[in-house]
Design a binder for this molecule. Structure first.
Ligand code: SR1
Ligand code: MG
Length: 430
């Protein structure tokens, strides 16, 4: 049967028929239609706000997966089971990090929809960063979320059999295929789905496509994405999947969740902060924020780079703390007996060095796909001056290239900031 999006009255009647949702939206015995507004601007699904017309603070979000990719329409069919992946991931991440994950009130596996917490005083982080807003707790919240979700899904915490079953329960072939194509493959080919901005110098991407060092680095990252089932990932952790206010940070939309390499989620956060950083040439000009100093006396552009550093450093610190709490210093899962504890700590240090390199490789891929691939980001597409947009895009590509090619030699997050500043200053292409 052909899929039809639910009408407002159908959705209203449906929500009233679910006791748990009815109780959230209504006073006992209250009747009458709900206010329904379709608000989705994502690439995959339909999203609605459903509110009590007389008491608008009684409100929920409804998300439904149509049998196709919303961005493209029926010509790109997708099974609707992504909603089950998303619900399972929200429940798992919510159990690990309830302060950073919206609550799921109800899930319907026949209609492929869920009803979840409305975050009415929060904004999408990408838009807030474009507007130049400082969130003092953002990096601490994101690093806590990353450390807890990535650690507790992995073999550093789970028993080996539990972990292996978790890997198979989280298989998400269709959405992983989208990432394999759109992040790791099409941007590096002359693929018809690629989209270039009007003044974008095509020679820049041709140079990257012809760089063996870059192509091998991207191949390594694709291999890692497809094979390194390290932990349950969000799978699409860009700044459009994060909602914020002064005090709180929530991570939404984990429909791409699957067991993959830890650095894929970390890299997504770092990449999107860097995209926000490079886009400041335009947004500062528009908002006159270039010289505006923030609480700690730094321009907004520099605050964004500080977040890159703080997210990684906070993540590393919290992740290592969890590891040390859950694994004895003298006998580790991977080193075995180590009475002096020397090998255990050396292994942890090596693990974190590798994880930073992996995260930077994924960050590079994600930055490149947002410049030449089909799914772009508003930080960059909102730059109305074509030649400025092209200049920003070139800086993003130059930074991404260095992160990919030099990732194993980068010995700390400070070096990443230096690379970003050099790309911003028009530094060398590697
Ligand atoms: C075709 S879907 C495009 C993108 O939207 C999602 O947010 C993912 O990033 C995906 O690659
Ligand atoms: Mg999404």
């Amino acid at each position: 049967m052909e899929f039809e999006a639910l009408s407002s009255s159908e959705l209203s009647a449906y929500l009233r028929s679910v006791p748990a949702v009815y109780a959230l939206l209504n006073e006992p015995g209250e009747t009458g239609d709900l206010d329904i507004a379709e608000v989705g601007d994502g690439n995959l699904n339909f999203v609605y706000f459903a509110s009590n017309a007389r008491a608008p603070e009684r409100s929920v979000v409804v998300k439904q997966a149509p049998p196709f990719l919303r961005l493209v329409g029926k010509s790109w069919p997708l099974t609707r089971h992504r909603m089950e992946r998303e619900v399972a991931a929200l429940q798992r991440f919510g159990a690990l990090c309830p302060q950073h994950v919206p609550r799921v009130y109800h899930a319907d596996s026949d209609l492929f929809l869920m009803v979840m917490q409305r975050l009415s005083s929060h904004r999408i982080l990408r838009q807030a960063l474009m507007d130049g807003i400082v969130y003092p707790k953002l990096a601490a919240h994101l690093s806590t979320y990353l450390a807890h979700t990535l650690f507790y899904g992995s073999d550093l915490f789970l028993a080996p059999d539990v972990k292996k079953h978790a890997v198979s329960d989280a298989v998400n072939t269709e959405l992983c295929k989208i990432t394999e194509d759109l992040v790791f493959t099409y941007p590096f080919e002359d693929h018809p789905s690629n989209v270039y901005s009007p003044a974008f110098p095509r020679a820049e991407i041709e140079r990257l496509r012809q760089s063996p060092a870059l192509r091998l680095a991207v191949a390594d990252m694709k291999w890692s994405f497809m094979n390194d089932a390290e932990t349950l990932l969000h799978g699409d952790l860009h700044t459009g999947s994060i909602m914020v206010n002064e005090d709180e940070t929530y991570v939404i939309d984990p429909e791409f969740a699957f067991y993959g390499p830890m650095g894929f989620d970390i890299g997504a956060v770092l990449a999107n902060l860097l995209l926000a950083y490079f886009s400041r040439d335009w947004h500062d000009r528009e908002q006159d924020t270039a010289l505006q100093l923030h609480a700690d006396g730094v321009p907004y552009r520099d605050w964004l780079l500080e977040q890159v550093s703080a997210v990684w450093s906070g993540f590393e610190k919290t992740f290592l703390k969890l590891w040390r709490v859950h694994e004895s210093r003298r006998k580790s899962h991977f080193i075995g007996d180590d009475p002096g504890g020397v090998c255990v700590e050396a292994y942890r240090a090596r693990f974190m060095r590798r994880l930073l390199a992996q995260s930077l490789g994924f960050a590079g891929c994600k930055m490149i796909r947002r410049i030449v691939g089909m799914a772009k980001v508003a930080d960059i597409t909102s730059i109305a001056d074509h030649s400025l947009r092209a200049a920003v895009e070139v800086r993003v590509l130059r930074c991404a290239e260095r992160l990919l090619v030099e990732r194993d030699a980068i010995d700390g997050i400070a070096q990443v900031l230096a690379i970003a500043r050099e790309a911003q200053a028009g530094g060398r292409a590697s």
